[in-house]
Design a protein around this ligand. Structure first.
Ligand SMILES: [Zn+2]
Length: 294
């Protein structure tokens, strides 16, 4: 039961992994504040990373963590930063990023991709989210908050089918959610519409943005070159698996032959690993070949 419970909620495992010190001791349990310029405050850890954009007496929060960490985040914004949370953006449906939404009952708008909204509403059996003022972002929304631009973008199915990133052009900062999991195998959560082939395309689009710093879904802020490694890995994986498919190799042969030691990434138990990603890529590419056949 426990296994099945976790299999359906792999984000709990992501959390557990970071709690065990996967990327810095207690990165999951300890919340670290990082200030980027005069407008952006990051709260790293305590679930998914959160970003807070300051605008006058108000704040926009990207990802609300879950449960107690959401309450701590709200307190920090109100007490330490002296702002009221006016808007929320959810990068995707996973509970370590969205679970604390109920802690913010009086926000003016919650920006989500419609697929994320539908999944949250479907799981909301006790009706807690009924009054949430969801605002759908299907492709892109440009906000001007406090005289500066904030862009919210969707690049197609990747980690889930409802991923959003938030881009601050003037600051050259990108908040990427779990589209970036620095140092870990990318994770396309197919149960929530994730798509590994789409993941590569999404990262291609993401790298076209002019940013210098990126905030991954978990772990520390990375520079542009480091963010690009995730895209490079998926491009290399796709090319290597494509070559296997072209040679008529089986999925198991592809697993044996596609090792890509130049990308030493850690697995996320029950969620992602090199083997799982080779298999997922193989199936996506085979399906694409089948669909293209007359
Ligand atoms: Zn996630």
């Amino acid at each position: 039961m426990r296994g099945r419970f976790l299999a359906r909620r792999p984000w709990l495992l992501l959390g557990a992994l970071w709690a065990l010190g996967g990327c810095g001791a207690g990165m999951f349990l300890h919340v670290t504040r990082v200030d980027l310029g005069d407008r952006l405050r990051l709260y790293l850890g305590g679930g998914g990373n959160s970003a807070v954009w300051l605008q006058g007496r108000e704040a926009l929060v990207v990802d609300v963590k879950m449960a107690d960490f959401a309450r701590r985040l709200k307190r920090a914004v109100e007490t330490d930063l002296g702002r009221r949370v006016r808007r929320v953006v959810l990068t995707h449906v996973h509970g370590d990023h969205s679970g604390g939404l109920g802690v913010f009952p009086d926000v003016g708008a919650v920006l989500v991709h419609p697929r994320t909204r539908e999944r949250l509403q479907a799981a909301d059996r006790d009706g807690k989210l009924r009054a949430v003022p969801f605002v759908d972002v299907e492709n892109e929304v440009r906000l001007v908050l406090g005289g500066r631009e904030v862009r919210v973008l969707h690049f197609g199915p990747a980690h889930t089918d409802g991923d959003l990133v938030v881009y601050f052009p003037e600051e050259k900062v990108l908040v990427a959610g779990d589209l970036l999991l620095d140092g870990y195998e990318p994770y396309a959560d197919t149960a929530n519409g994730g798509d590994l082939l789409g993941f590569r395309r999404a990262l291609d689009s993401l790298m076209k943005l002019d940013f210098e710093k990126a905030v991954p879904g978990h772990g520390e802020v990375v520079d542009r070159a480091r963010a690009g490694r995730s895209r490079d890995y998926l491009a290399a994986l796709e090319a290597a698996v494509r070559a296997q498919v072209a040679k008529g190799k089986t999925e198991d042969q592809a697993v044996a032959e596609v090792t890509l030691p130049e990308f030493p990434l850690k697995p996320l138990p029950l969620a992602s690993s090199r083997e799982k990603n080779v298999r997922a890529m193989y199936r996506s590419l085979e399906e694409a070949v089948r669909k293209a056949a007359p």
